[in-house]
Design a protein around this ligand. Structure first.
Ligand code: IMP
Ligand code: MG
Length: 172
């Protein structure tokens, strides 16, 4: 992509992931978890994060969509594939790329609450765009707080492209 400014380098991302993973390793000590990666955006983050986690875990994938190929959230979250195993009595860790308006996170937390009695439910996001929030959702863990810019790379896409970049950037 042309004229892309780097916001977080590959090294910054990987270092910060290790820090957050260490917090989780401390928190979940002795417990097993079920990690749920929200496709497609969180795929890079989830695979790097879980390789730094040392507790026994299952890994599930769900697919949600809210963007309709534009830079603005449509305001409606669409569950493309939300088939999950029995999460009753499990420590659930949701892994997302970015919390923007917070609507996707709220949808997911409501879905889990409505369908399962988990042992615990934690929400982890690579990025937290707090300034765009329309509700009071707060990720339990996040790597970086970001401003109100449209970001691409490391899983984040623009109309399906740029997910493969190893860094996070934005157009000037
Ligand atoms: P929310 O429901 O508004 O919190 O949006 C969450 C979803 O929108 C994320 O999971 C991303 O897939 C997408 N999204 C939000 N901000 C950005 C961005 O800056 N770049 C790329 N995708 C984004
Ligand atoms: Mg996403």
């Amino acid at each position: 992509m042309e004229n892309l400014k780097v916001l977080f380098t590959e090294e910054q991302i990987q270092n910060r992931i290790r820090e957050v993973a260490n917090e989780m390793n401390d928190f979940y000590k002795g417990e097993e978890i079920c990690a749920i990666c929200v496709l497609k955006g969180a795929v890079m983050f989830a695979t790097d994060l879980i390789r730094c986690l040392n507790m026994p875990m299952q890994l599930e994938f769900i697919r949600l969509s809210s963007y309709n190929n534009s830079h603005k959230s449509s305001g409606k979250v669409h569950a493309v594939d939300i088939s999950l195993p029995d999460l009753n009595d499990k420590n659930v860790l949701i892994i997302e790329d970015i919390v923007d308006t917070g609507l996707t996170a709220q949808f997911l937390l409501d879905f889990i609450k409505a369908n399962f009695h988990t042992k615990s439910t934690k929400f982890c996001s690579l990025l937290d765009k707090k300034i765009a929030r329309v509700n009071d959702v707060e990720p339990d863990y996040y790597c970086f707080e970001v401003g109100d810019k449209f970001l691409v790379g490391y899983g984040l896409d623009e109309s399906g492209y740029s997910r493969n970049l190893p860094y996070i950037g934005y157009k000037e």
